[in-house]
Each structure stands twice: as C-alpha cells, then as structure tokens.
Design a protein around this ligand. Structure first.
Ligand SMILES: Nc1ncnc2c1ncn2[C@@H]1O[C@H](COP(=O)(O)OP(=O)(O)O)[C@@H](O)[C@H]1O
Ligand SMILES: Nc1ccn([C@@H]2O[C@H](COP(=O)(O)OP(=O)(O)O)[C@@H](O)[C@H]2O)c(=O)n1
Length: 228
C-alpha cells in the first residue's frame, strides 16, 4: 500500500490541468507545481529583451541564467501562486495574449526544454507533489506513480479560456478577444506543442467535455485510491 509520490497531469490548453491539479493537491495535502508557468516566465523575459523567438541557443542561455521563483500566492487576487523573475512579479503578465503566442515557439527549442526539464525533475523528486504540464508523465517524471492525461474538444477548451478572460477582463473590455480568436490561438498552440504533448503510454486519458470539475476530481481520486 503506497501513496503516489508524484501525480502527473498533462494535456492541452484549457483541458483543466491547473484547476484540477491545484484542487487535487489541496485535497491530498500535496505540493502543486504548474510547469507551464516556467515556460511562460521565460517567454515573458524573452519578449522584454526582444530576443528572436527562433534563436534557440540565446533562449536556452536566458533560461539557464535566470532563476524563476514560484512561491505561495500571498496576494489574494485569485492567483494560484506568485511567479517572480529578475525581481518582477509577473504572475498575471505571463497570462497575456502576447506571452500566450510566444510561449509555444519558445518551448519548442530543445535548449530551453533541457534546462527547464532538469529544474522540474528536481522539484518533482521532492515527492508528494501534483505536477501539471505537457510532458510530465512522458519525460519529466516517467516514474510518476499516477499519470493522468486530461483533454476536451478544441471548442470546449476555447470556450473555457474565453469565459475565464471575460471574468478577468470584463465583458465590455475592448481588449477582450472574441471566442473565435481564442479558439484559433489555442489551436495554433496545440499544433506547435503537439510533438511535446503526447500522453505517456501508461497515462489514464480522461475526456472532460461532459464532466464538471468535481466529477473530474472524483474520477482522479478514485485512481489515487486504487494506487494506495
Ligand atoms: N471539467 C471542467 N468543466 C468545465 N470547466 C472547467 C473544467 N475544468 C476546468 N474548467 C475551467 O476551464 C478553464 C481552464 O482551465 P485550466 O485549469 O486553466 O486549464 P489548463 O490548465 O489545462 O489550461 C478554467 O476557468 C476552469 O475553471
Ligand atoms: N510541461 C510543459 C508545460 C508547458 N509547456 C509549454 O508552455 C505553454 C504554456 O503552458 P500552460 O500549461 O501555461 O498553458 P495552458 O494549458 O494553461 O494554457 C504550452 O503551450 C507549451 O508550449 C511545455 O512545453 N511543457
């Protein structure tokens, strides 16, 4: 009877990884690590510095030379955690459309991946952790005790992301993108991420189109129980 030391949750944008990952970690008293925030932090810094998104070696150096600090939220503004790089609190900045568009091409460079994957593995090996991303079960933590791959149709994932933006930005905000724009951004990201987004062979695939958050959580908890 063993408890899973690491639970990997992978899947495409809007599948529910962060929401489910955070809830699950809280239920189990585990740490929670959102690896996407690390790629987004590097993307934010690259945009600040005007680095060419195709320049893998320079982006790799940027990842190597800059520590990404992810800590408990402290500020009660809906954040799951606080992200700091070079002294800047970029927790919300990394959710911008610009970062969303830059992050996939930047993450595709092996020079960037190798640096962040090594950091993520160190975090994951602490144990008692829920890690969410694209390649946790397949690459970062291939020995994770439980691997979940969450997914949903493109339309449903875009709908969720758009609803989230309406809540955050306000319905009448001129900067609010349309559902169609969000859908094409998500689709573009799916296509760029595809190579690094394959479910691990032993992952449990959960289609969430017709499942609410609580139902997804209950399903995963059922597998956690089965692992004990
Ligand atoms: N099963 C679900 N049903 C409906 N909405 C969901 C579900 N899972 C997540 N959501 C909502 O969809 C949005 C995107 O979820 P999120 O966890 O950020 O996805 P991801 O981390 O995979 O990109 C959030 O607003 C979240 O509340
Ligand atoms: N383990 C991971 C996590 C994210 N990423 C990259 O980082 C981007 C942002 O990840 P995210 O998890 O914040 O994205 P959402 O699914 O939350 O929209 C993804 O589109 C991938 O390009 C990755 O390559 N590997």
């Amino acid at each position: 009877m063993r408890e899973p030391g690491c639970i990997a949750i992978d899947g495409p944008a809007g599948a529910g990884k962060s929401t489910i990952g955070e809830h699950l970690a809280r239920r189990l008293g585990y740490l929670y690590c959102d690896t996407g925030a690390m790629y987004r932090a590097i993307a934010w810094l690259a945009l600040q510095k005007g680095i060419d998104l195709n320049d893998g070696p320079t982006l790799g150096k940027l990842a190597e030379q800059n520590t990404i600090l992810i800590s408990k939220p402290e500020i009660a503004d809906g954040r799951q955690y606080t992200v700091i790089i070079q002294g800047h609190d970029i927790t919300w900045d990394i959710r911008s459309t610009q970062v969303g568009r830059a992050v996939s091409p930047i993450s595709a460079h092996p020079q960037v991946r190798s640096i962040l994957i090594a950091q993520q593995r160190t975090i994951g090996l602490q144990g008692h952790i829920v890690m969410v991303g694209r390649d946790i079960g397949s690459v970062v933590m291939p020995d994770a005790d439980l691997k979940i791959y969450l997914t949903a149709s493109l339309r449903e994932r875009a709908r969720r992301r758009h609803t989230e933006m309406v809540e955050r930005m306000g319905e009448h905000n001129p900067a609010l993108p349309s559902l169609e724009e969000v859908m094409s951004d998500v689709e573009r990201r799916d296509n760029t991420d595809r190579k690094n987004m394959q479910p691990a062979q032993d992952a449990i695939i959960i289609e969430t189109d017709n499942l609410g958050i609580e139902q997804v959580l209950d399903k995963i908890c059922h597998y956690v129980e089965g692992n004990r």
